[in-house]
Ligand binder design. Sequence first.
Ligand code: NDP
Length: 335
Amino acid sequence: NQQILLDNRPQGEATASNFKLVATDTPPLQDGQVLVRHHYLSLDPYMRGRMNDSKSYAASQPLGEVMIGGTVGEVVESRHPKYAVGDKVVGMGGWQEYSVVDGNTPGLLRKVDTTHVPLSHYLGAVGMPGVTAWYGLVKIIDPKPGQTMVVSAATGAVGSAFAALAKARGCRVVGIAGGPEKCRYATEELGFDACIDHREHPDLKSMARALKEACPDGIDGFFENVGGHILDAVLLRANAFARIALCGMIAGYDGQPLPLQNPALILINRVKIEGFIVSEHMEVWPEALKELGTLVATGKLRPRESVAQGLAAAPEAFLGMLKGKNFGKQLVKLV
Ligand code: NDP
């Protein structure tokens, strides 16, 4: 069983030398346990926060342990009556090829149906990132038909799900993404009404101008994944009583400061800003997953994936994602 451990903590930017690849044997199963062979490992921005030992939205990861991470796979051995060999399951198996899971602990493992939804999507659109988009849109932004929604990191796992959910509610949806290819994909494939390339608008003034053009009626809801000048520009274009779901600030995860230029705009525009952590709202997951599963099964949400091959490729793929090299949900294929 190949595993990737957190070997040492990053000083500034994370690098491949923070990780260590090792091989171990999987222990024999005890009663109530199942052995899962992982087909895909999910790489997510929150993992960067866990590599530090300072306060973050995700708890710090101990050194020398397998990196935490969502996985989908197949039961290959079972000593639990609820799980049979061949069952497809989603869990938190970590950066390794196999995991031994206690089938009696609630929430560790969930069986999934791959008839209409491909297994890998349970780590993306029909998994944690999809529910994240759903929670921010439905519970924080609470959109009305005809209103204008903006999302940053628009073509990623969370952003692409956000677009489909907001379109289903009759909104105008504007994305912000890195590069012409991602922007083209956003409008042609993901259903965005417009998409702004943040690389072409690297400063506040220019981004605010682009937002004015793409959002002629102002901004009613913003789903923030990035932080920095994008948030400042949105505040300049926000309508009165706009809502902002503060989901992520990936531009600062490697330690870059993200000062807010003009916080008075929150007052002037009477903006509601609310941060949230999706795992603290497990009560919405069934409803959210049902809607997301239907959107995928009916072809209304066709999420794209960036797939790295083999466990050893995980560190580079993860570091690349933090710099926007992924195009869609970042996964590692293990089988
Ligand atoms: P993505 O698939 O969107 O990948 C990350 C993307 O972030 C990159 O592709 C890149 O897109 C963008 N990005 C990275 N650095 C920068 C930068 N400096 N400036 C602008 N854009 C940047 O990841 P996810 O969909 O998995 O996650 C999106 C966000 O949601 C993250 O901030 C994450 O932390 C947050 N999140 C929060 C949760 C919560 O519970 N609060 C749960 C899950 C996710 P591009 O090339 O388009 O710029």
